[in-house]
Design a protein. Structure first.
Length: 293
């Protein structure tokens, strides 16, 4: 059954082992967390059904933390993003990054006019490889360094991936940077590459009523109806949206997230918590879908 779940902060106390795993990985890699990402990652890790060794597509991954946690757990990770990325210097030798997909730049409104770290803006000098997911089984995963595929693509058209080639799809607060019409197209393409009955776990940002655009974070905030229509959530889904206000109050009156707010928020206003002032303007939410074909 499909599900919409607004995140309470008590996810942290209810899943202390997962919280410690995420925080330890953040400390080890130096990858800082978005203000609600601890909740996002706990929820995805707690709901991911595919066993170790499965192929997981991280949609809109950037150089985010979850792909590295999954690789450490033994998953075969395809890290898809519109940016043509390099391996961050501090992760070289810890992970082996392979490349596939488009060589040309893919434009996206989220990055228009922004200064992008060179680690994300320029591809490495090595040749980008057309890499079939079946090649994960050629012994690459048997060495001590986990392999991650950086896949440069538009999520609307992942032509390098075959139908039914992925066991699970995850996405951490990425699809929300696209207009709802484009998200619908992305979800259809993600469903195409996902195996029947595969799980799709997506985190985005929600609004209580109306569908709003949050300019500082360049994110579309959808209400319950907007989420259902945009993400193709099946009838009869589960939801805790009726408790929106009390759940959102738990975020506003945060015990942990406010204290752990990453330093980069204090350096500018174009983010989800402008200038580090604790004033959550949207509610983190998870969407769990079963791929019924």
């Amino acid at each position: 059954m499909d599900r919409i779940e607004l995140f309470r902060e008590d996810l942290i106390e209810q899943n202390k082992d997962l919280a410690m795993e995420v925080l330890a990985a953040s400390s080890r890699t130096g990858i800082k967390l978005g203000w609600h990402y601890l909740l996002d990652l706990i929820w995805i890790l707690g709901n991911l059904k595919s066993p170790k060794g499965s192929v997981v597509l991280d949609a809109g991954a950037g150089n985010g933390l979850l792909q590295f946690i999954l690789a450490d757990r033994g998953y075969k990770v395809i890290s898809a993003d519109v940016l043509n990325r390099t391996t961050p210097e501090y992760l070289r030798g810890i992970y082996r990054i392979k490349h596939m997909g488009a060589r040309e730049t893919i434009s996206h409104s989220y990055w228009d006019g922004k200064s992008i770290n060179d680690q994300l803006n320029n591809a490495e000098n090595n040749t980008i490889i057309e890499f079939d997911v079946n090649d994960f089984d050629n012994g690459e995963q048997n060495n001590e360094v986990p392999v991650i595929i950086y896949y440069h693509c538009d999520l609307e058209n992942m032509r390098e991936l075959k139908n039914n080639s992925v066991d699970s799809v995850i996405s951490v607060s990425a699809l929300e940077h696209n207009p709802p019409q484009k998200v619908c197209q992305c979800v259809r393409e993600l469903s195409r590459v996902l195996k029947p009955e595969g799980d799709m776990l997506i985190t985005v940002s929600a609004a209580k009523s109306g569908n709003l655009f949050h300019e500082p974070s360049h994110s579309w905030l959808l209400n319950e109806i907007g989420l259902v229509e945009t993400y193709g959530i099946a009838k009869g889904y589960e939801s805790n949206f009726d408790n929106f206000q009390s759940i959102n109050d738990s975020i506003i009156n945060s015990k942990y997230l406010r204290r752990w707010l990453a330093s980069f928020y204090y350096q500018g206003g174009n983010n989800g918590m402008p200038w580090g002032v604790w004033n959550p303007q949207y509610q983190p939410v998870g969407i769990a879908k079963v791929n019924c074909k």
